[in-house]
Design a protein around this ligand. Structure first.
Ligand code: SAM
Length: 463
């Protein structure tokens, strides 16, 4: 077993690992908002029993809960890696949703109900095929490796479970926990089964996933094209990407041929430059994520511009008809920030150029709910696939922080359609202006296309 953290207690060791990842470059410009700085959402907070006296406690509690969710999200990724990687074992990959189905539906009704409500996992045993993969994974951690995922997960296991001999059992417990979430999300929630939570409720409790996909770049490109059409003269110089994500070990579409990578900061730059909204030599993109692993990756690629392995999660086969606009987007993606090799279907490699790496000005560890960056404001803030993880109160705090960092006239693009956002964004003077439905593909035999929505808000120039 590769060691490095010694015998430090579990959560503490985890925080040390996280801290070490981000310590290489810590920022002093991050702070928690004061009660006065939250003036615009104070009525919203007061109605929920929060006052100047209790704010600090709320923010500290929220930040601690989010740290636990970062850890849980990383452990979810460990489980997906353990089930699907072909690098550490010759055994066939196990599809996580099918594994969840077999596990849950193999239980008698009573233990099944107790398991799904979270009351107990006592009667749930890890299936032999999964157990063998866990054993192989643990053995692989004993061998030196240069594989980034193997190194990361080995360190994660060390930090999360420093007790040593019980490691395989601990990973087994994480498998069982993750399977409960997947079953509830994939099989109970869509049916509205009795006692099941809706998918959006599950997201507000679950670990914080860092999953990211090329498709979210298309959504942002669409939103930026709208902004460009509204204001052809607008120039964007300072951009904040909140929660850029890192493709490490997703539940679906896990590809090991590419190293872990973050697409969003590059896709945003590419869209800005190709639409004529920005120039690379006059662009400064700051990426801020709660997960120190994402931040460490982005700090690394600022120094060594990466090759991005772009692969759409879409099957691109007889059942799926990719929208022509999305196909065009994919074909041109990357040309404004580097060089792309010829695409084969919805796959290609883009070599990010040095000027683009320079435009990635900083990567910061930031909890957007409880913290904000001081300093010059941003012309544009991007936040996709992050708001579903927040409850309404967290959303209000996050929006207040985002509004505080946006210059008057600056824009916010996101893809969260929760109605309460209208009230919140109006309160923080970042009102909704436009939205676009973005079709990515149609799937034969289904009525609704695979689609997303992009929302554009602009900060009022004066209150
Ligand atoms: C599901 S990923 C989405 C990645 C990317 N934005 C996209 O759309 O492809 C969510 C990202 O938001 C980050 N995140 C979650 N909660 C956050 C918070 N409170 N503050 C900052 N980042 C957060 C996660 O660590 C993760 O990297």
């Amino acid at each position: 077993m590769r060691m490095g953290l010694g015998k430090v207690p579990g959560p503490m060791a985890f925080l040390l690992l996280a801290g070490a990842l981000a310590a290489a470059h810590s920022s002093t410009t991050i702070h928690r908002p004061t009660w006065d700085e939250l003036a615009l959402v104070q009525p919203y907070l007061t109605a929920r029993g929060i006052s100047a006296a209790t704010l600090a406690r709320l923010l500290a509690r929220t930040q601690a809960a989010h740290a636990a969710r970062v850890r849980e999200g990383d452990l979810d990724h460990l489980v997906f890696y353990m089930l699907q990687s072909t690098r550490f074992t010759p055994r066939p990959p196990i599809e996580p949703a099918l594994s969840a189905k077999a596990l849950v539906e193999g239980l008698e009704p009573e233990p099944r109900a107790a398991f799904l409500t979270g009351a107990t996992s006592r009667d749930v045993t890890v299936p032999p095929a999964v157990q063998m993969r866990i054993t192989d994974l643990m053995s692989s951690f004993e061998r030196p490796s240069r594989d980034e995922r193997s190194v990361f997960f080995s360190q994660l296991v060390q930090a999360a479970f420093p007790e040593g001999p019980g490691l395989a059992a601990a990973v087994g417990r994480e498998y069982v926990r993750t399977m409960r979430f997947i079953y509830r999300k994939e099989f109970l929630a869509p049916r509205g089964a009795p006692g099941s939570a809706a998918v959006h409720d599950l997201y507000r409790e679950r670990g914080l996933s860092t999953d990211t996909a090329v498709e979210s770049g298309f959504v942002i490109h669409t939103g930026l094209a709208v902004l460009n059409a509204l204001e052809p003269e607008r120039r964007v110089r300072r951009v904040l990407v909140v929660g850029p994500g890192l493709d490490l070990a997703p539940r679906t579409g896990f590809l090991e041929e590419s190293p872990p990578q973050s697409y969003q900061p590059w896709a945003v730059m590419d869209a800005l430059v190709s639409l004529g909204l920005s120039r690379l030599d006059d662009l400064s993109v700051v990426a801020a994520d709660i997960n120190p692993r994402v931040v460490a990756h982005l700090r690394q690629v600022r120094k060594a511009p990466p090759s991005l392995w772009l692969a759409s999660a879409l099957a691109d086969d007889a059942a799926v008809v990719v929208a022509p606009d999305y196909r065009d987007y994919f074909a041109q993606l990357g040309r404004a920030i580097g060089a792309d090799a010829p695409a084969s279907g919805l796959r290609k490699v883009v070599r990010v150029g040095a000027p683009s790496a320079r435009a990635l000005a900083a990567a910061e560890t930031l909890d957007i709910v409880t913290e904000r960056l001081a300093g010059p404001g941003f012309d544009l803030v991007i936040a996709t696939n992050i708001f579903p993880y927040f409850d309404d109160l967290e959303l209000a705090l996050a929006m207040s922080n985002i509004a505080s960092m946006t210059v008057p006239g600056g824009a916010l693009l996101h893809n969260e359609g929760r109605p309460v956002l209208g009230e919140i964004t109006t309160a923080v003077c970042l009102p909704f202006e436009q939205s676009r439905h973005v079709t990515i593909a149609t799937v034969r035999g289904t009525t609704a296309p695979l689609a997303d929505v992009v929302f554009l808000h602009r900060k009022a120039t004066r209150r």
